[in-house]
Write a protein that binds this ligand. Sequence first.
Ligand SMILES: [Zn+2]
Length: 559
Amino acid sequence: MKQITLFLSLFAFALSVTAQPVFTKADTLRGSLNENRDWFDIQKYTIEVAPNIETKTIQAVVLWDAKTINKSNLIQIDLQEPLIIDKVIMISDHLKKMDTLDFTRDGNTALAKPKTLNKIGENFQLVISYHGTPREAIRPPWDGGWIWKKDANGNPWVSVACQGLGASVWYPCKDLQSDEPDNGAIIKITLPKKQNLIAIANGKKQWDENLNSDTQHFTWQVTNPINNYNIIPYIGDYIGWSDTYKGLKGNLDIHYWALRQDSAKARNQFTQVPQMIKAFEYWFGPYPFYEDGFQMIQSPHLGMEHQSAIAYGNKFANGYLGRDLSGSGWGLKWDFIIVHESGHEWFANNITTKDIADMWVHEGFTNYSETLFTEFYYGKEAGNEYSIGSRRTIKNDRPIIGHYGVNEEGSGDMYAKAGSMIHNIRHAINNDSLFRSILIGLNKDFYHQTVTTQQVENYISIKSGINFSKVFDQYLRTIQIPTFAYSYDAKEKILTYQWKTCVNGFNMPLHFTYLGTQFDFLPTDYQPQKRLIKVDHFDASAFGETIRHQYYVQIGLEQ
Ligand SMILES: [Zn+2]
């Protein structure tokens, strides 16, 4: 979702190039697991929200189910201004006691003071009532907030986008990726009946209640752990239809939702959904949320990976808003938003990073899922061409990994450059079934977990039997592209080669075929090496291009 922000970040980069980033107390409060956050583990969020579409305001109550896992302290509640907290109540399970808590507000957080000590291992509930005018999104999904749009027929079309900005833009939570509600969330949306709208959210629909003749409640539940920013309501004049996909874990319930006026186009375009699931179950293993089903929902913005409720706004055309980001032609064969946002169900929603500084794990693998989808349907060379084409969006402006503990993402290169690094690693492993088993293994061994980049890096090194730590350092932590430097002595038929412009000890294996001869440069090879080449008509520059065809590296032909 960051393609356009690349341009914005270039501008920001121009402004910030001389200065080290400055982080505020608010950044630290938001991005770190401090002592007012680390003593409890969120089990479940129950969100009851009544949006007033005319006034663009909300009235809501959110209930946290949480477990005490450390000595209890103050409790930090993240809720962004200008929303107003009315009341905080704590219910301790062991005391069967209900306390109204005092709290102080500090910008986008509040600190509440429990009246009794919670015992380690015991559960408590926090009930937070709040109201107000939530921040409105200007350019969703790249900035965040509530989206109050109208469809072409003049009906309200409302949703939220909040990745990066954080779910606390609309509901009080522990706004940190490292603590997902283990048992999921319930989202209950109340609307005036006279508007005749439908409200959709993550997971499966539980029940509609008609408490009185004026209002209607739509209740949705997701039972699996979920990222805060993925919990999203969609309100509009929707038409829905269903399907069952026979997948690796049995029957998967699929629901599609489109605006009434677009439902014919959507029925046609959404036939790509089962194709996507087939390709990704092949590469990554079972869809990670069978219990909650899968939904593709037309959204009033381009798209987002909302778990089991993917937001779709790509205008029912292939490509990325009709364009091929790779320039290879293959990106016009399929719908970018269906493929990319759904790819996140495996990398972002199933495997989530604890800190958004490590977001390459979400965007790098999902960028690479586009290559794998292309390969699954159009063959290996098509995938290769797509991956090579995607390199043109790489900026090498700053490292892919951002600063920890301050809610900061790294460079937009977390998309195509991290995807290219994964492509490199695949070719360096030189065994596609092993590579695929690592992708499946990541999704199995880190199933529904939050992770650090180090865990993912180590996993790939251990399972492949190749120490890729220097490769990760090179591509994730520097902006230098390693150069495969070489020269060729035509008379003696001797090739001399080594890595340059790289971290110390960079040693990525290279395997490739040139003019029918297999070349294998192993990690131990890269002191300046001399190698006798026994191919006729050796063309040193074509030799370099052959390497570049598989690996995102620079080629340095030295005379
Ligand atoms: Zn993405």
